[in-house]
Design a protein around this ligand. Sequence first.
Ligand SMILES: Cc1cc2nc3c(=O)[nH]c(=O)nc-3n(C[C@H](O)[C@H](O)[C@H](O)COP(=O)(O)OP(=O)(O)OC[C@H]3O[C@@H](n4cnc5c(N)ncnc54)[C@H](O)[C@@H]3O)c2cc1C
Length: 324
Amino acid sequence: MTRRAAVIGAGLAGLACARVLRRAGLYVEVFEQDRIIGGRMATTRLGLESFDHGSQYLTARSTQFKTYITELTSSGYAARWKPRSSTGEEGGGQMMPWYVGTPGMSSIVRPLAESVRIHAGHKVHTIVRSEKGWDVWMDDETSIGPFAAIAIAVPAPQAQLLLGRLDSLADPLSRVRMSPCWALMVKLEERTLPDQDVFSDMSEVVRWIARNSTKPGRNSRGECVLVHASPAWSRETEEADPEVVAEELWAEVSHVLALPPVRPSRMVAHLWRHGLVDSSLGESYLYSSEHRVGVAGDWCLGRLAEHAFDSGTSLGRAIVASLV
Ligand SMILES: Cc1cc2nc3c(=O)[nH]c(=O)nc-3n(C[C@H](O)[C@H](O)[C@H](O)COP(=O)(O)OP(=O)(O)OC[C@H]3O[C@@H](n4cnc5c(N)ncnc54)[C@H](O)[C@@H]3O)c2cc1C
């Protein structure tokens, strides 16, 4: 039996799974369709400025995620963020501490990617079983394998496509519901927002506004603002032109915050098509020891980064247990 395992998806769930597999002595290869790793734990550049356009901050309830956050903060990959609330108080309104990746949210996955082989820019089209194990076929009709086991750590609708006729794994995923979410990145040359760092549930259109530049480890001149649209509005405008979405969202932000008529120097809208989980699977992962294929992701347990980490870690352990 080959000691190679494949992970599809280099988000937090896939890379948490990869780390468990690697620590158990397996040779791990991760396939990621994007050119960068992190998935929704994302940081992108607009000119000289960086924006966390996916996940905004982390909270930790489970012991294993708390332990991982401690590892991140002690190695400089994350820090506590205490944004000023409407009362002007730092960290006001936080039920539990908020952490952010430094210098960007994508740093959160960096330690997990050590010593695993990452095939970035490789979209997996299908997985095919042969006598020797599983082969992973890419969109460009090349394949890599064989692998003893496969972890699929992508959003549920995409996982269903990859699972094909593995009905025992694919069928339960129909229970999962995920919503799109528009993210708007705005660069302003001067400080323009009211004296507060985060604003939530501002209207039926805007769910979240954050001064990205107030997170620790960010250097920026002027103001970098990150906006998330509400799930309902994002669903209605899912097929709209990103430039039109950017204009409409900025008009709404200007209106709800009563801003002076300022034109951003840059603004870009990005759609997270499977952004937020509406209904989860209710199990931390699914794994078939007969087929040696499993699925993981935030959508298994909830809608937070912590759920993705716990799901990927649990799937990794199940795969290791099945291979001994
Ligand atoms: C707008 C937004 C705001 C959020 N805010 C927060 C927050 O503040 N706090 C919090 O805890 N959580 C937040 N979340 C949720 C958090 O980002 C997710 O729970 C977590 O990042 C999910 O990780 P994952 O590994 O399950 O999935 P993903 O991060 O989606 O990773 C899946 C990966 O698989 C890749 N992939 C998909 N299909 C294929 C294929 N066929 N072949 C190869 N690769 C493929 C994708 O490119 C992606 O990199 C937010 C999410 C969004 C979208």
